[in-house]
Design a protein around this ligand. Structure first.
Ligand code: KIV
Ligand code: ZN
Length: 516
């Protein structure tokens, strides 16, 4: 069980891999989920909600693999109030060191009538039977009344009391549609703390959505009124406008200890790393002015602010950039730096990848050093991410030659290696990107549709590496591919091919699952 004997400790429950992955376009492959789970574990989250095992074979597989790989955090699987859901969640988490089953059912009049088409009495009975069943598998059971913030208080209290009597150890109150405002949501938690007679036998948790931009404020109001677990996601990823952002909750608690005297187990210096990874994998760019992890969150542009900062940092800075893992962009190495220095740098950056990825990244670092005068930490992170992302790809970009400019047609001459056999073609297009993507389609015919093409510079300067995200969709399944290079078109080809690899691998996986 996730013990919380310290009354001032807030349990951080991360649902990036479950609620976060439910955002349209944010779907992740198994390998990507495992990388995120590893970083979440290093970040120090207490619970990782790894998925909804009954939802699909892919979800089941990821909860199973995350359960086997996570070392410190408890792993949680979501289940509706159905026996089959609960059994499947328990099966997926068999190898977890610590497992939690999170079962839920709607309790608001609107949801019970229109979504569930159930009478309140039947919902109440389902609360008891689902929690009882979950308890037969683990003594760490979380129960959530979906749309809790819009539920009738008497009915909510009754269901919470029964869930605790049936064995729930965490009671999570969701603001499912992001409708609550802080004073009201805080009062709801206070009401439960005062009215539910056995509430002291469970940890009270909150799960707030951000439809009105109040998810973090509502969560902190709940903490002030007795909640001791907060459910959140990296970068606030999640259904619709997202969930409460982990980094904002954690830094809010840390920075305003004077009014929020609580602690978490989070190693805040890992926040930027987790944020960058989730953004790179999902293709969801973090807005520059996003609190804590936005590119401008610690930038002081105006002369007055800069002057104040030089006199005393606290004039305009309430948190230190290094507290969230933002080291000053340092000029790190040049083209004469060797393998040893490169490995040391990776260690400094907290990057731990296999030998093949290091070798590949080192080779590309040398190439980059020939092209780019100054190499920054961000360049190294992008190189390594790129090498790791690509290490298992069956289709690889071998070479690309582009003809473009005011005189058309724009042409791409591309060589791909598919299962180690090379194929070459030349294609024209409406611009060099279109020509490149057409060439890929000629060499590896497929039906997937392009949904997103996005470019951003890893650092400043005209010689910066471009980091490209491509999102492809095929039969309702979306995947994101990434590519980085100083040549935007090479990065684009790599990103497209990376997405294609994921689709091909996924397609093969679902075929083998069907025949299993
Ligand atoms: O938003 C919500 O209500 C949920 C529940 C499953 C907790 O995600
Ligand atoms: Zn949710």
């Amino acid at each position: 069980m996730t013990e919380n004997n310290n009354p001032d400790r807030i349990i951080i429950f991360d649902t990036t891999l479950r609620d976060g992955e439910q955002s349209p376009g944010a779907s992740m492959t198994l390998e990507e989920k495992l990388r995120i789970a590893e970083v979440l574990d290093e970040l120090g989250v207490d619970v990782i909600e790894a998925g909804f095992p009954i939802a699909s074979n892919g979800d089941f597989e990821s909860v199973r693999e995350v359960s086997a790989s996570v070392r410190n955090a408890a792993v949680c699987g979501l289940a509706r109030a159905h026996d089959t859901d609960i059994d499947r969640a328990a099966e997926a988490m068999q190898s977890a060191k610590r497992k939690r089953i999170h079962t839920f059912i709607s309790t608001s009049p609107l949801h019970m009538k229109y979504k569930l088409q159930m009478e309140p009495e039947d919902v109440h009975a389902a609360v008891i039977s689902s929690v009882t069943r979950a308890r037969s598998y683990t003594d760490d059971v979380e129960w959530s009344p979906e749309d809790g913030s819009r539920s009738d208080h008497d009915f909510l209290c009754r269901c919470v009391e029964s869930a605790i009597d049936a064995g729930a150890t965490t009671i999570n109150i969701p603001d499912t549609v992001g409708y609550a405002v802080p004073a009201e949501f805080g009062a709801l938690i206070d009401m439960l703390m005062n009215r539910v007679p056995n509430i002291d036998k469970a940890v009270v948790s909150v799960h707030c959505h951000n439809d009105l931009g109040l998810a973090v404020a509502n969560s902190l109001a709940a903490v002030s009124n007795g909640a001791r677990q907060v459910e959140c996601t990296i970068n606030g990823l999640g259904e619709r406008a997202g969930n409460a952002a982990l980094e904002e909750i954690v830094m809010g608690l840390r920075t305003r200890k004077d009014v929020l005297p609580f602690e978490t187990r989070i190693d805040t210096t890992q926040i930027m790393r987790a944020s960058r990874l989730v953004s790179a994998i999902t293709g969801f760019v973090v807005q520059p002015n996003k609190a804590i992890v936005g590119a401008n969150a610690f930038a002081h542009e105006s002369g007055i602010h800069q002057h104040g900062m030089l006199q005393h940092a606290q004039t305009y800075e309430i948190m230190r950039p290094e507290d969230v893992g933002l080291t000053k962009s340092k000029l790190i190495m040049g083209k004469h730096s060797g393998r040893h220095a490169f490995r040391e740098k990776l260690k400094d950056l907290g990057i731990d990848v296999g030998d093949n990825a290091v070798e590949d990244a080192f080779r590309r670092f040398k190439d980059l050093a020939d092209k780019k005068k100054e190499i920054f930490d961000e360049d190294i992170v992008a190189l390594v991410d790129d090498a790791v992302i690509r290490s298992n790809d069956r289709i690889q970009v071998v070479s690309l030659k582009i003809v473009c400019g005011t005189e058309g047609p724009q042409t791409a001459e591309l060589t791909l290696s598919v299962d180690q056999a090379e194929r070459t073609t030349k294609a024209n297009g409406d611009g060099p990107v279109d020509a490149t993507f057409r060439a890929i389609r000629e060499l590896y015919p497929h039906e997937a549709r392009l949904q997103l093409y996005q470019v951003h510079g890893v650092t400043g300067g005209t010689d910066a590496q471009a980091e490209v995200t491509v999102r492809l969709e095929e039969n309702g399944r979306t995947v994101n591919g990434q590519g980085a290079d100083t040549d935007t078109l090479v990065a684009s080809a790599r990103a497209y091919v990376n997405a294609l690899n994921k689709l091909v691998v996924n397609r093969e996986k679902s075929v083998s699952a069907l025949s299993a």
